[in-house]
Write a protein that binds this ligand. Structure first.
Ligand SMILES: Cc1cc2nc3c(=O)[nH]c(=O)nc-3n(C[C@H](O)[C@H](O)[C@H](O)COP(=O)(O)O)c2cc1C
Length: 252
């Protein structure tokens, strides 16, 4: 396509449609346009060498059936001031991105992932979890632990503001920040990888919903937030925040 025509097209087409067009797969499959310009593969795991590591308790089986959890699942936005237990946080993170099977170098997870590349990274802003200092943590699926990244006296004010003052974000005992190292997937799938990563955030969020429901906790997927503000809170290059998932005990 001539350059001027392309500029004209880009100038008038809504950005979402350009995204759809540029990430399309054709019958050429991986030889197609969207698969060109792939970055180098980043490491498969984020490593925070200096962070204090906290082993999570083993995840436990829940009594609620899948069918009951599906029927019960709702977006809950009203939380009490009670703390979460570490076991509850452990189960939530396990449902989101926990390792459920080790197959050669692949650590297969509770949520599916294109090419088993697992771009999704879970960060946890902790306000009230028994046994944890308040602050920002990162989930390490390979050994089911969390890493304490930093204390941040303003964390809650910053998150509340970044969520455009959604009260349930402020009231939550913890907020799971579903994020992604998009280049893990782009390294294999080029620009189509963006679609896959967004889909994977959805899978992860649904697992968090179902586990929260089974544990009698409340959660809601929050997609409306100021991206740059959340990126600043995370402060990890190459990581894109995709969802905020506040969690709390249900208020009676
Ligand atoms: C992509 C996405 C973004 C959402 N963003 C928000 C949000 O920013 N704030 C909020 O309170 N709920 C948000 N929700 C929750 C929806 O409002 C909720 O799923 C919908 O009202 C249906 O209710 P239910 O989840 O209880 O079935 C979001 C849901 C999805 C799937």
């Amino acid at each position: 396509m001539p350059f001027v025509l392309l500029l004209l097209l880009v100038g008038t087409t809504p950005i979402g449609q350009i995204f759809y067009e540029k990430t399309k797969e054709s019958l050429e499959g991986p030889r197609g346009e969207a698969f060109k310009n792939r970055p180098e593969s980043p490491p498969p795991f984020l490593k925070f060498e200096k962070a204090e590591k906290i082993d999570l308790p083993d995840p436990f089986d829940v009594e609620m059936t899948l069918f009951e959890a599906l029927l019960e699942r709702r977006s809950r936005r009203s939380y009490s001031r009670d703390s979460l237990d570490l076991r509850e946080l452990s189960n939530l993170l396990f449902a989101g991105q926990g390792v459920t099977k080790r197959r050669k170098k692949f650590l297969l997870r509770a949520s599916p992932s294109a090419g088993a590349l697992y771009p999704i990274e879970l960060f946890i802003a902790v306000k009230r979890v028994r046994g944890l200092k308040p602050g920002l943590y990162h989930y390490s699926p390979s050994d089911h632990s969390i890493e304490y990244l930093r204390k941040d006296g303003k964390l809650w004010d910053r998150l509340y503001r970044a969520s455009l003052w959604q009260r349930w974000v402020y009231d939550a005992a913890a907020v799971i920040i579903v994020s992604a190292v998009v280049d893990r997937t782009r390294a294999k799938y080029g620009e189509r990888g963006w679609r896959y990563v967004l889909m994977e955030a959805g899978h992860t969020s649904q697992n968090l919903y179902l586990m929260a429901t089974a544990l009698g906790l409340g959660t809601v997927a929050v997609g409306a937030f100021a991206d740059d503000e959340v990126s600043e809170i995370l402060n990890v290059p190459g990581v894109y925040p995709l969802y905020l998932q506040p969690v709390g005990k249900l208020s009676r």
